[in-house]
Design a protein around this ligand. Sequence first.
Ligand SMILES: Cc1cc2nc3c(=O)[nH]c(=O)nc-3n(C[C@H](O)[C@H](O)[C@H](O)COP(=O)(O)OP(=O)(O)OC[C@H]3O[C@@H](n4cnc5c(N)ncnc54)[C@H](O)[C@@H]3O)c2cc1C
Length: 305
Amino acid sequence: MADLADLERELEKNGINFLRGERLSSRTTMGTGGGADVFALPSSVVELIKTAEITQNQGVKSFVLGGGSNVLAGDGGYRGCVISTRGVNEIYIERESGNEVFVRAFAGAALGTFTAYCIRAGLGGAEFLSGIPGTVGGAAVMNAGCFGRRAGDIISSVFAWNGGRLNAYRAEECSFGYRSSAFQRGAPLVISVLFRLKREPAEDIIKRTATFRALRESKQPAGRSMGSVFRNGETPAGKAIEACGLKGARVGGAYVSEKHANFIINDGSASSADVYDLIKTIKAVVRERTGITLTEEIKYAGEFG
Ligand SMILES: Cc1cc2nc3c(=O)[nH]c(=O)nc-3n(C[C@H](O)[C@H](O)[C@H](O)COP(=O)(O)OP(=O)(O)OC[C@H]3O[C@@H](n4cnc5c(N)ncnc54)[C@H](O)[C@@H]3O)c2cc1C
């Protein structure tokens, strides 16, 4: 535990706020997960990079957490330091070129705040991201998307810190693929994203946002979840799960949504172990009955079992 004491001392020395034992259930949309040894709350880019640098120099394991909307955190909590990006959330117009407008948004900005900003500024292109309960950083890392569009389609460049220096990645260097990006490998820390948007009448943007919202509400269940648990293959994961009769399947307080079989819902009493066991069961049943091997889209953090 000496390393954690050193970590805390360094965070204090640099004026970086942190909590001890913060329960990850209160920091993830699934609402499950135990305490993190240290939960760091940097409130500026300098503090965010400094926090990552300190954990690296102290040899303390770390996990970057945005909105926690695609993460299952173990009931045993996290041994090491969880770094929350939420306090680093500025959004501004960086430059304009003809009808194109380049908006800089920092990692911890909520997608809802970002899309609301775009509506106010009359900037079109990001509407599909409204309703996704993550952050700008998480959306870049996961290449979040829906309705045929992905974050990478509107990203011009990304600033990321990769353990030694701050690098600017042009979109073509980000390796954006289906729910994947270069930022999932080697654990670079996404600091900010430059979005390429277009000037448009606000009414058009509002109309498209409403259409996407309605579509989302018609397809996705309410309740505490992580969104889609599994990646889609040739057969959409939800279809495969439904075909195996697993809608409504339950372990403890976690169950497969009747509305969308790729969603696992926490009825309010679930533990991460319930969710994890249900994921294992789904994978085993689907493999046995269809031959399809499902792989998780969600990320695991911390101690399970
Ligand atoms: C109700 C619901 C609906 C959803 N709908 C969609 C959808 O339509 N489309 C879709 O793609 N997803 C959807 N999701 C999943 C999720 O919202 C997205 O994947 C989102 O982009 C995750 O962002 P986040 O900030 O919550 O990331 P987190 O869940 O906090 O983290 C996800 C991963 O990214 C890493 N990470 C986060 N921020 C950074 C950073 N700044 N630097 C480095 N690594 C970082 C984390 O370490 C983790 O590995 C949904 C989730 C829910 C709960």
